[in-house]
Design a protein around this ligand. Structure first.
Ligand code: C2E
Ligand code: MG
Ligand code: MG
Ligand code: MG
Length: 287
């Protein structure tokens, strides 16, 4: 009875619907409990600056340490959080965790900007800019300790509100990245008047760029576009050395991807950073 046929645009009843609704409701309930009981954790993925081989920042990616199902990835619960009205709470929990980690790294003498993802629904949160600046102040962190990654959708749902929020964050020194650049709306007008520090090229262009001339052309021209607007360009989804080398030839600024490191817990990231620091950056030439 799993058929999902439609008749005159109407879905035909299927017992699946009940069980899906039930599963979503259960997940929603469990997530509400999980948020209250600190079951969310962050993994961090480094962003590597190609010209200097340094790590100016990391991206915080949320995971849910579910009591029976193990570690869940955002694809398995963000949707439920969005539709179930838990996104605002989730965003604040992630911000607190990320900034607590930023304090630890600051105390260790590491200079790392932590990037947090904002869903487009966060635009509806009138207190967002104030909450973020309050969290920074409470920890004695400079604004530039935090970067917020927003999507093109976030910027275009309500341009006026988006601009307002971003300008207030910019005044506090917080950095702004456009995530999944190139996959959203086709208008580039927002690049003119929003305070954007970083463009993150979507992995769907980066992953196939060596075999696909069009993907490659989009990567190269996005790098030019971003540079001419004074923005830093990050390539996401760097899975091979060959792609990394091509991005370097294209004058891309920063790379992020499995080839460099998967997203990992903070302690593991610290070991990864320390291991890199003791390696010679360049093999000395012979003779
Ligand atoms: P994103 O912000 O575009 O993050 C990049 C995603 O690509 C991450 O998946 C990351 O693990 C994955 N990735 C990194 N390097 C590679 C690579 O070389 N190859 C491939 N194929 N994938 C790579 P993840 O962690 O499952 O997150 C998925 C999405 O969920 C994120 O996409 C972001 O939109 C959202 N997300 C994650 N954490 C949060 C959060 O705290 N709040 C909100 N609102 N959204 C979040
Ligand atoms: Mg992101
Ligand atoms: Mg992305
Ligand atoms: Mg993405």
């Amino acid at each position: 009875y799993a058929a999902k046929a439609t008749r005159m645009g109407q879905r035909i009843y299927s017992p699946d619907d009940d069980s899906n609704d039930e599963a979503r409701l259960r997940t929603l309930h469990e997530l509400r409990v999980g948020l209250a009981e600190n079951q969310l954790v962050l993994h961090f993925q480094p962003k590597v600056h190609l010209a200097t081989d340094t790590v100016p920042g990391v991206e915080a990616l949320v995971r849910w340490n579910h009591p029976t199902k193990g570690l869940l990835y955002p694809g398995e619960f963000l949707d439920v959080a969005e539709t179930g009205g838990l996104m605002r709470t989730l965003t604040r929990v992630v911000l607190e965790l990320a900034l607590d980690q930023a304090v630890i790294w600051q105390d260790q003498g590491r200079s790392i900007t932590v990037a947090v993802n904002l869903s487009s629904r966060s635009l509806a949160d009138y207190q967002l800019a104030g909450v973020v600046t309050g969290m920074l102040t409470a920890r004695g962190l400079p604004g530039a300790a935090l970067m917020l990654e927003v999507t093109e959708e976030f910027l275009l749902v309500d341009r006026h509100r988006a601009r307002n929020i971003l300008m207030r964050l910019r005044e506090a020194g917080v950095l702004i990245a456009v995530d999944d650049f190139g996959t959203g709306y086709s208008s580039l007008a927002y690049l003119r008047d929003l305070p954007i520090d970083e463009l993150k090229l979507d992995q769907s262009f980066v992953i196939p760029m060596l075999d696909d001339d069009r993907a490659s052309a989009l990567v190269a021209s996005s790098i030019h576009l971003g540079h001419s607007l004074g923005m830093r360009i990050v390539a996401e989804g760097v899975e091979t050395e060959e792609v990394l080398e091509q991005l370097t030839r294209f004058d891309c600024d920063v790379a992020q991807g499995y080839h460099l490191s998967r997203p990992i817990p903070a302690a593991e990231l610290e070991r990864w950073l320390d291991a890199r620091a003791v390696l010679p950056a360049v093999v000395p030439a012979q003779g």
